[in-house]
Structure formats: structure tokens, C-alpha cells
Design a protein around this ligand. Structure first.
Ligand code: ATP
Ligand code: MG
Length: 372
């Protein structure tokens, strides 16, 4: 039963590089938290701070009410899986898995029982006599996870554990790992730069960029209500579209002008646009929430553009449309026949639009929440 809590944690390396800044993060008991961000954003740094491999320059780390900030890794009862798995090449699989228990000086018969049990669970019990180099990547990765789990850790820390596997294997292993985590009920922090992995596996996602946590929420929350343009652009494949628009006021209400064409400001956004006194906004809309209409006579809540490219993706097509300089993407059914340079209407679903402040790049909801 462990809740992991980081309070105002900052790590500045001896070189002066800021690893992470002012991290506040609570990972609940049994929760699967993904730390998602681009390369160099501070994901591994955060994980190693939780593991005790790095000491924070300031701030505190708690496991439940216990302050572990100054405890070495061995006193934290964590299981850690590194990106490259870091198996001991000169040891057989059995001894690799047994290693953490031998450090704890458990009796050999007890070690044997636990190693066999864990190996069975990860379906590597047939390979216990092999050396790591005699295994496939997927099998080695299971050994690394077995070694982390064998000591029944309070907290499981995984640093991009699937990144060395091929795309197919990654997808099958991620489902297995998710089931295993739920079955064992270990508080888990999972580092990844792969947004699809984070969305598929995590209970909650902490999006990190430039050493700072930008947003924490369920996959649904971070996906449909991104707190910043960065988050909207980092999640989704293809990511969210962004187009700058001018705000105009008419008798009926507020409108947005996108390359000279009008879209209504959704009702729930009106007070936020007014309160922030914005003359311009960035309109965010997801490709799958965007319709493309070939015969575009009525200009309802649509913007005219020209087909720039059509990308068949098997199950559906991605259409790239040029809206007078801004390229946006829409996912359309295969049955819709479109050709390059054809004039079309792009109609984003108004309920699902997200509006951002061009200056701070924050969503208006976030901007408003911060001000109140
Ligand atoms: N031991 C170190 N000494 C100095 N700087 C470091 C050290 N470790 C990381 N950094 C720097 O801290 C920043 C964050 O690095 P970190 O390893 O946490 O990134 P990451 O999000 O894990 O990236 P990746 O996805 O590439 O693994 C980077 O600018 C990196 O160069
Ligand atoms: Mg890393």
C-alpha cells in the first residue's frame, strides 16, 4: 500500500542543466501513472529521483507519510526496469532474477520458490538456464520485469521498457503489462515518449516538457481537454490541428475568423473569451472530429479550403487540406473520394473545439482556472 508523492521537486545537475523543475505529482495506491514527454523533457530524471538514484536539489519525496528524500534506492523497496533492461550478461536468467533476493540475503530455497513463481507469471520459466544473449528482445524484457517484480516491490518504476521491441510486439506486450499491473496492484510509474502507449496503458498521464509537468489527467482528459497547445500537439496521431483566428463581435454573439471565414465561438467559450479580452485565439480541433464536405455550397460552420494531399491509412483516409496557408488534417471514411486541389469544406465539430490563448499557449479553461 504505497502512495508516491513529489512535492516541489527540482533537480539541477552539476553541469547546471535543469533536469526537472518544481515537480508536484501524486501517484495513488495501485495506480498506473504514465510520465509522457519528448526526449530530454525530464522523464528519466523524475523516475530516478523517485528511485533514489538521484537526490533532489530541493523538494521532498514521500512514500505514504514516510519521507524518503534521503533514502538510498535499496531502502525504498522499488522495482526498477531500465530502458535497455540492463541484464547481467554473465549470469543465467535464473541468477538475474534471483539477484535482488540474494542481495537481501534470503535463504536459497525461498529464492528458488520466488524466482520460479515470478518466471512462470512472465512465461519465461523455460529459459531459466539460458544467458540473456540467448533470448529474443521480448524475452529479455520479461526477464528485466521479472527481476523488478521478484522482490515484491511497493513501487514499480519502468523507464521506456518497450522501446527496444518491434512495433507489433510492443502492442501485444503493453496489453499484458497492463493486465499484470492491475492483477498485482503495485503503484506503477511508467516513462514513455509514445503517446499511444500512455493513452492505452495508464490510469492517468502526467505530460512533461522542458522539465515541468504541464498537465496531469486521465487519458480522456488530456486527450480531449489539453491544457496547452503542446499537449494537444503531442497527443494524437495525427495530432490536434491548430489555426489562428480573429475574434469579431456581432449582434448574435462572438465569431472567429479563420482565413476570412466565420465560425461561431461555442457558447461555453464566450464568457472565457470575453473575460480574457482576447482579440485572437488559436482554434484546436482533432482530425477525427472534423468532417470534410466535397460539395461546399452552404457555409454553415465550415471553412473552405483545397485538398493538399490524401493519405490512405488502410482503415480510413487522412485528408490534408490547405486553409489559405494553414494545413490541417481530417480523418475521413474510405468511401469519400477526394482528389488533390479539389475545393472542399472543413467542418470541425463545434462542441469539441478547444480554444487557446496565442500568447501563453494555454487553453482558455486553464487560463481561467489559474486566474480564479
Ligand atoms: N546525469 C546528468 N547530468 C547532467 N545532465 C543530465 C543528466 N541526466 C540528464 N540530464 C539532462 O537533463 C535533461 C532531462 O533528461 P532526462 O534523461 O530526464 O530526459 P528524458 O525525458 O528521459 O529523455 P529521453 O526520452 O531522451 O530518455 C536533459 O537536458 C539531459 O541532458
Ligand atoms: Mg529517458
Amino acid at each position: 500500500m504505497v502512495v508516491v508523492r513529489l512535492v516541489n521537486v527540482t533537480k539541477i545537475f552539476k553541469t547546471g542543466v535543469v533536469g526537472v523543475k518544481d515537480i508536484n505529482l501524486t501517484v495513488n495506491h495501485k495506480e498506473f501513472m504514465a510520465l509522457l514527454g519528448p526526449s530530454g523533457s525530464g522523464k528519466s530524471t523524475t523516475l530516478y529521483l523517485i528511485a533514489g538514484i538521484y537526490k533532489p536539489s530541493s523538494g521532498k519525496i514521500f512514500f505514504d507519510d514516510r519521507d524518503v528524500t534521503n533514502l538510498p534506492p535499496k531502502d525504498r523497496n522499488i522495482g526498477l526496469v531500465f530502458q535497455n533492461w540492463a541484464l547481467y550478461p554473465h549470469m543465467r536468467v535464473y541468477d538475474n532474477i534471483a539477484f535482488p533476493l540474494r542481495i537481501k540475503k534470503l535463504p536459497e530455497n525461498e529464492i528458488r520458490k520466488k524466482v520460479l513463481e515470478t518466471a512462470k507469471m512472465l512465461r519465461i520459466d523455460k529459459f531459466l538456464n539460458r544467458y540473456p544473449w540467448q533470448l529474443s528482445g521480448g524475452q529479455q524484457q520479461r526477464v528485466a520485469i521479472a527481476r523488478a517484480l521478484v522482490k515484491e516491490p511497493d513501487v514499480l518504476l519502468l523507464d521506456e521498457p518497450l522501446s527496444n521491441l518491434d512495433a507489433q510486439l510492443r502492442i501485444s506486450v503493453r496489453a499484458e503489462l497492463k493486465r499484470l499491473q492491475k492483477r498485482l496492484g503495485i503503484t506503477t510509474i511508467y516513462v514513455t515518449h509514445d503517446q499511444a502507449e500512455a493513452l492505452a496503458m495508464a490510469d492517468r498521464i502526467a505530460v512533461i516538457n522542458n522539465g515541468r509537468i504541464i498537465q496531469i489527467g486521465t487519458p480522456e482528459q488530456v486527450y480531449s481537454k489539453p491544457a496547452t497547445i503542446f499537449v494537444g500537439g503531442f497527443l494524437g496521431n495525427p495530432p490536434m490541428n491548430f489555426v489562428e483566428a480573429e475574434i469579431t463581435e456581432e449582434k448574435q454573439g462572438l465569431y472567429m475568423l479563420l482565413s476570412g471565414q466565420k465560425l461561431t465561438v461555442p457558447k461555453h467559450y464566450e464568457p472565457l473569451v470575453r473575460k480574457a479580452g482576447l482579440r485572437k485565439v488559436v482554434v484546436g480541433f482533432r482530425p477525427e472530429d472534423t468532417a470534410v464536405i466535397p460539395e461546399c455550397r452552404e457555409t454553415g460552420e465550415c471553412i473552405k479550403g483545397r485538398v493538399y494531399a490524401v493519405e490512405p491509412m488502410g482503415r480510413e483516409y487522412i485528408v490534408v487540406v490547405d486553409l489559405g496557408g494553414d494545413l490541417v488534417k481530417a480523418i475521413v471514411p474510405r468511401s469519400l473520394v477526394l482528389i488533390e486541389d479539389q475545393e472542399v469544406c472543413v467542418c470541425p465539430s463545434l462542441e469539441k473545439l478547444v480554444l487557446f490563448d496565442p500568447k501563453t499557449e494555454k487553453s482558455l479553461e486553464t487560463l481561467y482556472a489559474e486566474k480564479t
